[in-house]
Design a protein around this ligand. Sequence first.
Ligand code: GLA
Length: 392
Amino acid sequence: MSETEIKAMLLDKFGELFGDTDGVKVYFAPGRVNLIGEHTDYNGGHVFPCALTIGTYAAARKRTDKKLRLYSINFEKSGVMESDVEKLEASKEAGWTNYPKGVMWAFSLRGMQMDCGLDMVLYGNIPNGSGLSSSASLEVLTGYILRDLYGFTVTNVELAQIGQYSENNFNGCNCGIMDQFASSMGKKNHAIFLNTADLSYEYAPLALGDAKIVVTNSKVKHSLVDSKYNERRSECEKALEELQSVVKIGGLGDLTEEEFEANKSAIADDIRRKRAKHAVYENQRTLRAVEALKNNELALFGKLMNESHVSLRDDYEVSCEEIDLLVAEAWKVDGVIGSRITGGGFGGCTVSLVKDEAIGEFQEKVGAAYEKQFGIQADFYVVEIGDGPRTL
Ligand code: GLA
């Protein structure tokens, strides 16, 4: 569906549900794909994501009372979910609305209380649960709409921080800031080289020559994603504490590989040592990958992507057999520069750098092997890198 069609669909639905469309505005915020730097963002390390041209759209208008009425075309069955802007509480029944509500709640904690309610119709074109940050795009979108409609003074970096805060404290997932930052700070045809220790960042032009970024959706979503994610995070925190007894560091991202090797015996447990090793090595790989891209060394960039996958598979243990097969099959295709799992893990998507002339063969071979083994048809997206949130 084109953006014009999505806008028309949202306005139609808005009129149907809420009477008319006078003064309604339509907004968009993107999802993201991470090229390298996985599970480093809550370890004071670097990440290298980019915003996509797919994401979440909303038609919104302020009300005169305190009611909040939210509707998603993706979750039609839930109908219009009604609540009150002065009583924002997370609940299981609230389902997807916990994300926008969490952002409104986080704004109010920063002294930006909505003085009236809101009607909003949403539609997302990121496949749900695919690891391309549909939730972060919804959080950033909500913040962007609040800023526009209520006149709150917040920067785009703050929109990312508020989104992360609400996801941590309202929705109970201890995510880092990468996804929200990639969405709120996205720039067309650029990846964002972000240091999560101090939020300094640089835009890197994605000069991929005759190659493209291909995202492969395994369509597998394992349960316990949030709890496993939180578990990894606490394993890293514990490992950091142990290391801090022997070296002066603020985060695992402060260590080079050599420093880690020299001090790793301070970590008492094998599993935690592997987790910390991933965080340290992955951060160093990310620094090297960005350098490689700057120097036009795409083959090296791809090799680092592959190493990232192996580390996430073996040391961090956030992959799964379906994703491992997609990656292993990708590696076999001539013209694949690099391929790895992307995002939080336990299913979701892989990201591959593929030469133009090999994209057809890549989809065919990887798709066939995957279907043969698991009986699932993977989806392939040759993605475009887009800008951050905007009003349509
Ligand atoms: C999820 C989280 C991010 C990041 C990635 C792993 O997407 O939301 O903060 O930790 O996993 O790199």
